[in-house]
Ligand binder design. Structure first.
Ligand code: ADP
Length: 164
């Protein structure tokens, strides 16, 4: 059984991520979406919220599993006996960092292979950051994130405005 891990921050999951998940699920027997519990990144959504949103958005895909991880991805992959890391490649700007990470993960565990899936044309310039930026200013992100994420963003920014 070929198990792959698709790691990320998913703050929040976008249609670009979802496209990668759906395509990876068509290639591998099981795909574990691994949500990073990073505390060096300032996230909009809490780990629990990001996890719940990923579960909601991916519920139509039978062979996926959603987990959270802390620490080294290479250790998590080893623990899951997966050995395949999926990453999405967007514009050229992703390449250098992704290449570095891939080489580093190989150094940490020689059994790990990183598989890159190229972003769909329509999502090449889509990132969680740009989504958050537009949504925070009240712009529409329709068609770029699933409806449940659109709503979650509206709620989050409304809550923030109320608090400030
Ligand atoms: P990270 O902080 O680990 O980069 P992200 O949640 O931003 O986490 O991204 C997770 C993975 O999804 C990365 O491999 C990233 O390149 C990929 N990705 C992000 N946005 C898109 C997109 N629009 N299309 C394809 N892949 C994407």
């Amino acid at each position: 059984m070929r198990v792959a891990v698709y790691p990320g921050t998913f703050d929040p999951i976008t249609n670009g991520h979802l496209d990668i998940v759906e395509r990876a699920a068509g290639i591998f027997d099981r795909v574990i979406i691994a949500i990073a519990n990073e505390n060096y990144k300032k996230n909009l959504f809490t780990l629990e919220e990001r996890r719940d949103l990923v579960i909601k958005v991916c519920k139509h895909i039978p062979n996926i599993q959603v987990e959270v991880f802390q620490g080294l991805l290479a250790d998590f992959v080893q623990q899951k006996k997966a050995y395949i890391i999926i990453r999405g490649l967007r514009a050229v700007s992703d390449f250098e960092y992704e290449f570095q990470m891939s080489v580093m993960n190989k150094k940490l565990n020689k059994n790990i292979e990183t598989v890159f899936l190229t972003a769909a044309n329509e999502y090449t310039f889509l990132s969680s950051s740009i989504i958050k930026q537009v949504a925070s200013l009240g712009g529409s992100v329709n068609g770029l994130v699933p409806p449940v994420i659109e709503q979650a963003l509206k709620d989050k920014f409304a809550e923030r405005r109320k608090r400030s």
